[in-house]
Design a protein around this ligand. Sequence first.
Ligand code: UTP
Length: 404
Amino acid sequence: MKLAQKLAQKLAKYGQEHLLSFDGLNETECDAYLSQLEAIDFGLLESLHRPLPRRGQISPAPLLTVEEIAQRREEYERAGVAALRAGKVACVLLAGGQGTRLGTKDPKGAFDIGVTKPVYIFELLIRNLLGVCERCGAYVPLLIMTSEKNDAATKQFLEAHTYFGYPAAYVRFFTQELLPCVDLDGKIMLETRGRLVLSPGGNGGWYASLMKSGVAQEFPNAEWYNVFGVDNVLQRIADPVFIGATILSGAQSGSKIVAKTDPEEHVGMLCLEDGKPAVIEYFELTSEMAHARDGDGNLRYRCGIVLNYLFSKRMLENIATQRIPVHVVKKRIACMGADGKTRMPETENGYKFETLILDFVNLAGSCLPFEVEREKEFAPVKNRTGKDSVATARALLRANGMEL
Ligand code: UTP
C-alpha cells in the first residue's frame, strides 16, 4: 500500500481527514507536512475521552522540617558534597516552556528582572549554582532542556553571556518533544496550510528527551538528577543539604517543599495516595482537608511543591518503560483561520497535551519532602504583575540582600 493511502486510512480511523489536503503546497512543503503527519502519536487523542483517574486514599505526607534539617545539617551537607565531588549529581534545568503568562517572546530565562542594571533569570540561577561548585571544588553538569521554539534563542543568549561564568564544558542542551494540539471538537489543528500546530508537550518528557539526545550518556557517573524549573529565582540548585538528606533517607526521590500557611493557596501538594507519595492539585483537596490542622496548629496538608526535585537514576530507568499520564489542558491556541492566516483567539479554542514532572513522584514510589524556608528559596516569576510576578520576585530578591 502506498504511504499516502496508509496515512489517509489512519487519519480516517481517528476522524482527522481534514488534514489530508495538500492544496497549494510545493514539493518541499509537502514533504515537511507529510513527515509531521507521520510523526503524530494518535494514541494521544484517546486522552481526550479518558475519564480522570479516581484518586486513592489521600493522607498528609510526613515531611522533613526546617528544624529537623537544621539539627542534622552538617551530616547532610557532608553526604551531599561527597556526591557532588564524585560527579554523582547532574542538574537539569527545565526551560522548554513558553512563558505565556509572563508574556515575553524571549526564553523566560533571558528575562531581565533588574531595575538599575540588567539581572537575568539565567544569571541568577547560574550564579547560585556557581556558589555550590566553589564550595564543593567541583563543577556539576548543567543540562538545559529547551524546545524547538526557544532552542536557538536560548543557546544564543547564553553563549552571548558566556554562560554567566559557568564552564561551557559542563553545559549541554537538549530539546523536548513537541505535540500536536486539537480544537474543542478534537480535530488536530493547523497553524497554516501544510503545517500542524505543535506545542511543547509539558515538562514530564524531560527524561525521555534527555536519553534520546545522548546527553545523559556523556555523564555516566551521574546517579542523581536535580531537576528544577526556570522561574524560581531564589531556589538553591544542587543544594548539598537536600542531596545529602535524600540520599541518606534511602528514598528514590526528594522534593523541596514550602509549608503552605494559607489553606486557600493555589499550589500543588505533596501528599500520600494509598500510602505512596503523590502530588495532588489544590482543587483536589476537600475544603475540610485544606483547613485541617495538627496539634501544633500547622496545616496538616502543607507540603507545597516548588518544582525542585532529586531523582535517582535507578528509579528513572525503572519508570522509563511506563506510560506517564497525559494531561489535557484547555488553552488559547494560535491557529489558521478560514482566510489561511494564523491568529491567536480571544478565548480558549482547543486543548494541549502535556506530561508533567510532578507525576514522577508517584512513579518513584518513595519521596522525601524536604522543607525549605519560603522567604529564602521561593520567588517564582510566573506573571507580569500581581501574584508570583516580577514585582513579588524583586521584593523577595531584595529581602535576601540582592542588588537589582
Ligand atoms: P510552567 O507550568 O510555569 O509553564 O512551567 P511555562 O510554559 O513556563 O509558563 P506559562 O504557563 O506558559 O505561563 C514550569 C516549568 O516547566 C518548564 C518551564 O520552562 C518551567 O521551568 N516547562 C514547561 C518545560 O520545560 N516544558 C514545557 O513544555 C512546559
